[in-house]
Write a protein that binds this ligand. Structure first.
Ligand code: RRO
Length: 309
């Protein structure tokens, strides 16, 4: 098999098409016992905030049909410890690192970008606008054109011109295409999509929501058709904007579906909890799926499903 698995997200060249999804492999270190993390397309780190956070009350996870709900609530060590402990490990180990940032306000996003701007070893910034704006009654930034653009414009103004900015979009909107257009106009170089869908599971014996935080983000194969649809619609409207696609990818066949819809690379999330070697396995399987169909590279199938009719 001689399929070329390399790809790119705009100016960022990737030697492999599969990355970890933010929040599903912490900062990559835990995966090192399952494979050489530097051979992945990259690691997208768990969204980091300025200050340490303990997150939402437990329980924080619930099983759902073909998926799971999480309500972690941005638990993390804060930016300084992240740079010192996590980012340094990733850099020392030659890992292509995409740092995911989350702010409770537009200004906090700007501060995070400013703090990270001169830190070496960052291949791209993923701006997680799918988190609540504490200054706007907890409304999610990415649900609104204005707040989405404000965040991206602010991050852009604090960031450098060489390293791409990806905006992470939520599917919990009526028109994801128009949100995508707003953030690209505001300066995003690419899009990560999709984040989880807001859901709830109720324990009918206790007669209360299962999760401590009541609501949670739905991920896994249950959301894959939603993700593929979103990637397809956005690629049709913005064919020159690179998309990091994700949402319930379990195997090479699923990965191929996202490429055909218009994604240029893939983040592997929920499946990693049960199979930590999945990002490597799925890249291998994708090669086999491409080979079986007579393709020689990942690049030639990106957006391929748009050519039919
Ligand atoms: O930390 C979380 O609970 C969380 C975040 Br920031 C996110 O973007 N998506 C998600 O499903 N959970």
């Amino acid at each position: 098999m001689s399929v070329d698995l390399s790809t790119s997200l705009g100016s960022l060249k990737l030697s492999a098409p599969t990355l970890t999804a933010s929040g599903c492999a912490a900062a990559g270190r835990e995966l090192a016992q399952f494979g050489d993390v530097s051979t992945l397309g990259g690691v997208v780190t768990k969204s980091i905030m300025l200050n340490a956070r303990s997150g939402r009350p437990t329980p924080r996870m619930a099983e759902t049909p073909s998926g799971m709900l999480n309500s972690i609530g941005l638990q993390g060590p804060g930016i300084e410890q992240f740079i010192e402990k996590d980012l340094s490990w990733l850099t020392e180990n030659g890992v292509t690192t995409i740092v995911s940032i989350a702010g409770g306000s537009v200004a906090e996003f700007g501060e995070l970008a400013r703090r990270l701007r001169d830190v070496p070893g960052i291949a791209a910034l993923e701006v997680n606008i799918s988190c609540p704006n504490v200054e706007s009654r907890g409304q999610v930034f990415a649900c609104n054109h204005e707040s989405s653009s404000d965040v991206i414009r602010t991050v852009r103004s604090e960031w450098n011109d060489e390293t791409p900015i990806l905006a992470k979009l939520t599917p919990d909107v009526t028109d994801i295409v128009s949100i995508a257009q707003s953030v690209v106009e505001a300066g995003a170089n690419g899009l990560s999509m999709i984040n989880t869908l807001l859901g709830m599971v109720i324990d009918v014996d206790a007669m209360k929501p299962m999760l401590g935080g009541k609501t949670g983000g739905l991920s896994g194969p249950a959301i894959r058709p939603v993700a593929v649809r979103a990637v397809y619609q956005v690629h049709a409207a913005l064919p020159d904007t690179p998309i990091l696609g994700m949402g319930g990818i379990r195997n090479g066949h699923d990965a191929l579906e996202f490429l055909a819809a218009g994604a240029s690379a893939l983040s592997i999330g929920t499946v990693v909890f049960g199979d930590p070697s999945a990002p490597w396995r799925i890249a291998r399987e994708l090669g086999e799926e491409l080979d079986k169909r007579g393709y020689q590279s990942v690049r030639e199938v990106i957006g391929k499903a748009h050519q039919a009719g």
